[in-house]
Design a protein around this ligand. Structure first.
Ligand code: C2O
Ligand code: CU
Length: 514
């Protein structure tokens, strides 16, 4: 039994209010059900009128046809098969990851969305440069349970190709819905796909996502500490599978398109005996390949890497190396409530801090077949240099204990308020944002609608120019970003992409004014 922690406090109660009925049973109800045949009752409630879905080996693709991407998405909660076991999860159309969407610049996107969850939700098109208003990438929309909405927007004709990410963004429910399984890839085809060597590479999409499941295949309610750290699960999957096999022809190139779709888990990736050649960051191409031994992906981040099939044919593991996201001990005495001390791990197989064990195998690379050797590309797509900023702003990230509320996460000393505009930016201007982490945990900072370039970290210039929409800010770091706000007026948000931190306040509203 994972809930019923008396120390978990009020914020957990608030959290549970947002959960589907099946998860809101308190301990006494659960015991009462146990006496009358728990499993039968649970199955009856969850399976009624729903069919079990089988996870496809690769995510299903839906591509635009003659300039229109027309797709129906249904957010639901049901029993599905994940990593070979049955689990009760949230999904789009019964699939985890959800249907992979593909469009081209100038296409119209029409998503007929239906909310079959028992809570409100919406969809955010993470990384896409489309309007943050109307029925487009509008995170202020709320689609009540049982209702539908058709999203419709056009991909600008000069939109860069790349790997983007759609996931729920209804404040108050984001962390729970993403942790429970909602999200998938949104691919824009473009220039990078046309570079001959990239085109010749074998393309694989890797949707990295962890799950926490109890013995009955249900997501346990979070503990207080889970929310502070951000929820992690011990079932770590790639496209909903544990350690799938990826093949590479000898001599060939493999293009891995990676997305960290986890709430809070970071992936520190390395491939045995094979360097990575980074070709795109947060979906968008860089100037030329950058050789890396390892790649760290924070939640919401994406990367495209090339792997050369130039080693002895065999099997090589794609590993996730240990990574520490911060120092819980430094959070101060107020952090540990009576009853939480000494518990060690917080519930069944959860909490990232405890998970600093050895490397974990995410997938296995298998040599199979042979092709004429494909060289690495020399040049990719030029990343333009942004002009000097008109304005420089500072954003300080931290957390604090508030009596009766528990831990809150702050930007410039404030928690999120949907009625407050924190930052007003005139359209068609360039700004530098200095984002400073004065706390003790890593915070991946994300801005909607317009990508940015990281100019420096603690005064040190970045080694290469790249577009990003999430950047990791470690404790003690000051990171300078440069963004150009263009094309779309309206309100949107910036926030920490550890989604529990976002829910606990680490989000602000930006208004772009024409
Ligand atoms: Cu991927 Cu505002 O989020
Ligand atoms: Cu954070």
């Amino acid at each position: 039994m994972a809930n019923g922690d008396p120390a978990a406090g009020k914020e957990q109660d608030n959290y549970l209010r947002g959960m589907p009925n099946i998860q809101r049973l308190n301990r006494r109800q659960f015991l009462a059900l146990g006496a009358s045949g728990t499993s039968v009752l649970f199955l009856g409630q969850c399976m009624a009128g729903q069919s079990r879905s089988q996870l496809p080996v690769a995510p299903t693709h839906t591509s635009s046809i003659e300039g229109l991407l027309d797709v129906s998405l249904d957010a639901r909660y049901e029993a599905i098969n994940i990593a070979g076991r049955q689990a009760y999860l949230y999904s789009y159309n019964g699939q985890i990851p959800g249907p992979q969407l593909e469009a081209k610049p100038d296409d119209t996107v029409r998503i007929r969305f239906n909310n079959s969850l028992s809570n409100p939700t919406n969809i955010h098109y993470h990384g896409l440069h489309v309007p943050p208003t109307g029925n487009a990438d509008n995170v202020f929309l709320s689609i009540p349970n049982g209702e539908s909405l058709t999203y419709e927007f056009t991909i600008p004709d000069n939109h860069p190709g790349g790997l983007f990410y759609y996931h729920p963004h209804r404040h108050g429910f984001v962390a729970e819905q993403v942790f429970g399984g909602l999200g998938s890839m949104f691919v824009i085809r473009g220039d990078l796909d046309q570079i001959p060597e990239v085109k010749a590479a074998k393309e694989e999409f890797l949707f990295l996502k962890d799950f926490a499941l109890d013995a009955n295949g249900r997501v346990p309610p979070p503990w207080h500490m889970d929310l502070m750290w951000g929820r992690e699960g011990q079932l770590v999957t790639v496209n909903g599978q544990v350690n799938p096999s990826i093949s590479i022809p000898q001599g060939g190139l493999l293009r891995l398109r990676l997305l960290n779709a986890s709430n809070a888990r970071f992936y520190r990736l390395t491939l045995e005996e094979h360097p990575f050649y980074l070709i795109a960051t947060d979906g968008i191409a860089i100037d030329e390949p950058v050789e890396l031994r390892e790649l760290l992906l924070a939640p919401g981040e994406r990367a495209d890497i090339l792997v050369q099939g130039d080693r002895e044919p065999g099997q090589y593991r794609l590993l996730d190396l240990p990574y520490s996201r911060g120092q819980m001990g430094m959070m101060g005495p107020g952090m540990m409530r009576p009853g939480m001390m000494g518990r060690g791990r917080m519930g069944p197989g959860r909490v990232g801090q405890a998970d600093t064990g050895g490397p974990r195998t995410l997938a296995t690379l298998n040599y199979s077949g042979q092709v004429e050797a494909i060289p690495l590309p020399q040049q990719l797509i030029p990343v333009e240099a942004l002009p000097e900023p008109q304005t420089v702003r500072q954003f300080t990230l931290n957390h604090s204990m508030v009596p009766r509320m528990g831990m809150v996460f702050l930007i410039n000393g404030k928690t999120f308020d949907h009625r407050r505009i924190d930052t007003q930016v005139p359209l068609n201007t360039v700004e530098d944002w200095e984002v400073i982490n004065t706390g003790v945990m890593d915070h991946p900072f994300h801005l909607h609608t317009n990508p940015f370039q990281v100019m420096s970290r603690n005064g040190q210039p970045e080694p290469y120019r790249a577009w990003k929409d999430v950047v990791l800010i470690r404790p003690g770091e000051a990171v300078r970003l440069r963004a150009r706000f263009k094309d779309f007026p309206g309100k949107t948000v910036y926030h920490c992409h550890i989604l529990d931190h976002e829910e606990l306040g680490m989000m602000g509203i930006i208004e772009m004014t024409a």
